[in-house]
Design a protein around this ligand. Sequence first.
Ligand code: KIV
Length: 278
Amino acid sequence: MKKTAKKIINFKKQGKKITALTAYDYSTAKYFDKAGVDIILVGDSLAQVALGYGSTTQVSTEEMLVFTKAVSRGVEEALVVADMPFLSYHVSIEEAVKNAGLFIQSGAQAVKIEGASPYILKVIEHLTQNGIPVMGHLGFTPQYINTIGGHFVCGKNVETTLELLRLAQALERAGAFSVVLEMVPTESSKFITQRIDIPTIGIGGGKFCDGQILVSDDILGKYDDFCPKFARKYSSLKDIIFNVAHAYCNDVENENFPNIQESFTLDSEEAQKLENYT
Ligand code: KIV
């Protein structure tokens, strides 16, 4: 049965841990969905891991929409959340609603946006009032990398944890159905998780969050340009990809590929005629 934003909120009430992963293509999304992942995020992390850009600020709405369509076609049950890219919701509320609508029309059932400034809270209010569920994102927020100046842990003392709690509560009041906590100490995210009714989804947020999310290329061991401390590797797909390509090149170069089963053949009479043709 299809998971909805409402069901994700209920998972917190039921004490069920929420599972979330990013995906960027049809087949990966299909198998994550079959494995029972609750939320599949078309993350703007695809800027780096799928498109090779230097940061998430470089990916456009048009590019994100292509990946959102591919992922949505592979998913039956999971809630598909599309990351709204840099500048797609910053210029005006009208533009934010229009762009979020494009992601919903592309097959997502919710969008994710970063931050909780007074303007962002207004955007969230408008989106939810227009039938678009919103996942918030606090802590380290990659779209602000140029003003933050690097990858830093957020909420490292009581004062900054209280500020994060204030922002999480503001997101909840604005109508967000969940909030990602990125690079937040375990004790701080526990403190926040216990004080809001919407689920917290941690990425480098420790074990007390209501759910966890990781970047698929990290857990699959496919992307190794940068590996954050919190990303557990369950495989080494980069080695599998390298070894497969290497073995294929060897087979072609040594005429071991293709064999007869992998080829089309003429019937023997036609083959003989062709052989004798001058
Ligand atoms: O784009 C992404 O992969 C994300 C995760 C960090 C949650 O936003």
